[in-house]
Design a protein around this ligand. Structure first.
Ligand SMILES: Nc1nc2c(ncn2[C@@H]2O[C@H](COP(=O)(O)OP(=O)(O)OP(=O)(O)O)[C@@H](O)[C@H]2O)c(=O)[nH]1
Length: 497
């Protein structure tokens, strides 16, 4: 899901840290920020429980709980008696590990306390940590988020970690581990870097090129701005040519390998839309196999956009439930409708849901006229937005209508019942085909844009071709909405991770 993921990670890794304003390399000055703590091992009775802290007050934690002025040697396990900082009461004899930043999981100063796993010990130590000045309990996923913010993990690695935590099957676990290794991230990043960060092999002497890393696109733009006679070293454009050629070859090879293409971590957005009460929330819950949205017979239940990352037919996608589209409602629902329409514009694939037993109602007709018909009428290649029309509640139709279901609407559609799950297999099959098409569409569009890169003929057009190619690539790997994407990923983490 979103983010060129890797590109975002790279951007975040270079940006000043949002938490403590240090640089991700850890080399810069550390300004005070919050220090978090949490139980990082599982809840319940166990032999050993691991409690972690991260932040500038981690050193103070060691001094306060172990009554020792000196921290233990970095990254070595030491046995220490832990005492309550205020009462001095012994809490436990624990293994203590000190990870001074930036060489720690989060990049900040971290402490790990391996205590005995009884609930009384764990709650006693957590309660004691709460009394140390500057410490607060961690939010869900906050350790990982800090690791990401400090450039310790790329976003694809974060996603891999999330999958690893949630991996149910051995196959999922292996896939998650591969992703944690950054295999997918490196692939996407490699492509994006060819367009954005490649340097010419020579060392150009124009001041523009004296800085460490200038994008390939910027090389071409610099040529336009400064002109050929303005002290640019030879070979700059030739190198850009070679980079673009290599990228084209890589994309072609990837497109040929459909299986690998499917495993790409994706920013493909599927938006579920339709009139109120058609069964949109029921569909989102069915596809995600979890109760993401409230289902109720009351029209207008869903007011906001609700998003959930799901694996659909082997494709990771972002699935959005939206408010039912109708006019003449109160201010809150109207705002929901506005947000729904806005999200619809961003969708790669639209699932338009209608109540099959209510096709003649004003809300169904209005939805068909204003949303479905215009989208069906346009060429699927025109903007990359695709649509699947679903007639839900097929269980309410008489059998005779099911036999001649093409007569129901006069346009291509799938019949489904979220209640009985009839038609679900057909929907998943159709989704698989559509998602493969969306992936391929963006890769192919990137390739098409690159085919217009002909700097020898027209430099300005060549720069535009690179820009367009980059846009298609970032669409596939999830260009915009950095914070939304991050929130979504970290929200699913448990506290202490
Ligand atoms: N018989 C039948 N009822 C269904 C089916 N799918 C959903 N429903 C019912 O239809 C009603 C509306 O379902 P929702 O999923 O809340 O519909 P929605 O489109 O999200 O509704 P809004 O939030 O108003 O936009 C609920 O009572 C569901 O139980 C189905 O396949 N068959």
């Amino acid at each position: 899901m979103w983010r060129g993921l890797s590109a975002l990670a790279t951007r975040a890794a270079r940006a000043p840290c949002r938490l403590c304003a240090c640089r991700s390399s850890g080399a810069g000055p550390w300004t005070p920020g919050s220090t978090i703590f949490a139980l990082s091992s599982g809840q319940g009775r166990c032999a050993i429980a691991v409690i972690r802290t991260s932040g500038p007050a981690s050193g103070l934690v060691l001094r306060s709980l172990t009554a020792s002025r000196e921290p233990p040697p970095a990254r070595s396990a030491c046995l220490r008696l832990l005492r309550h900082p205020r009462s001095g009461e012994p809490l436990d004899r624990a293994l203590v590990l000190w990870f001074p930043g930036p060489q720690s999981f989060t990049g900040e100063d971290c402490v790990e306390l391996h205590v005995h796993g009884g609930p009384a010990v764990v709650s006693g130590v957590l309660q004691a940590l709460g009394t140390v000045p500057g410490l607060r309990p961690a939010d869900a996923g906050e350790f990982t988020r800090r690791a990401f913010t400090h450039g310790k993990l790329s976003l694809t690695e974060v996603e891999g970690l999330a999958d690893l935590i949630h991996a149910d099957t051995e196959a999922q676990r292996r896939q998650a581990l591969r992703q944690l290794d950054g295999e997918l991230g490196q692939l996407c990043q490699g492509w994006a870097e060819t367009l954005t960060k490649a340097r010419p092999a020579c060392s150009p002497i124009h001041p523009f090129f004296r800085e460490s890393s200038r994008p390939a696109l910027a090389h071409v733009e610099a040529y336009i701005d400064f002109g050929e006679d303005d002290n640019l070293e030879e070979g700059v454009l030739e190198q850009a040519d070679r980079d673009v050629g290599a990228l084209e070859a890589a994309l072609r090879s990837h497109l040929r390998d459909a299986r690998r293409g499917q495993r790409l971590r994706s920013g493909v957005h599927i938006v579920v839309t339709g009139p109120p009460n058609a069964g949109k929330s029921s569909l989102v819950n069915l596809l995600s196999r979890k109760p993401v949205s409230i289902v109720s017979p009351e029209p207008g239940t869903t007011r906001d956009v609700l998003e959930t990352p799901v694996d659909l037919a082997g494709f990771p996608v972002l699935l959005s439930d939206t408010a039912g589209l109708r006019e003449g409602v109160g201010a809150v629902e109207q705002e929901g409708v506005r947000r729904a329409r806005q999200r619809l514009e961003q969708a790669d694939l639209i699932l338009a849901v209608l109540d099959a037993s209510d096709l003649a109602s004003p809300s169904s007709c209005s939805f068909l006229d204003t949303v479905v018909t215009p989208l069906v009428a346009q060429s699927p290649d025109s903007c990359g937005q695709r649509l699947l029309l679903l007639l839900n509640k097929s269980d309410l139709l008489p059998t005779s209508a099911l036999d001649s279901d093409t007569a129901l609407l006069g346009m291509p559609h799938l019949l489904l019942s979220c209640r009985t799950e009839a038609g679900l297999d057909g929907l998943l099959q159709a989704l698989k085909t559509e998602l493969a098409t969306v992936h391929q569409h963006h890769l192919q569009s990137c390739l098409d844009a690159l085919s217009h890169y002909q700097p020898a003929t027209d430099l300005a057009l060549a720069a535009e071709a690179l820009r367009l190619a980059r846009r298609h690539l970032s669409h596939l790997t999830g260009g915009g909405g950095t914070e939304e994407v991050l929130d979504l990923i970290f929200r699913d983490f448990c506290v202490g991770k």
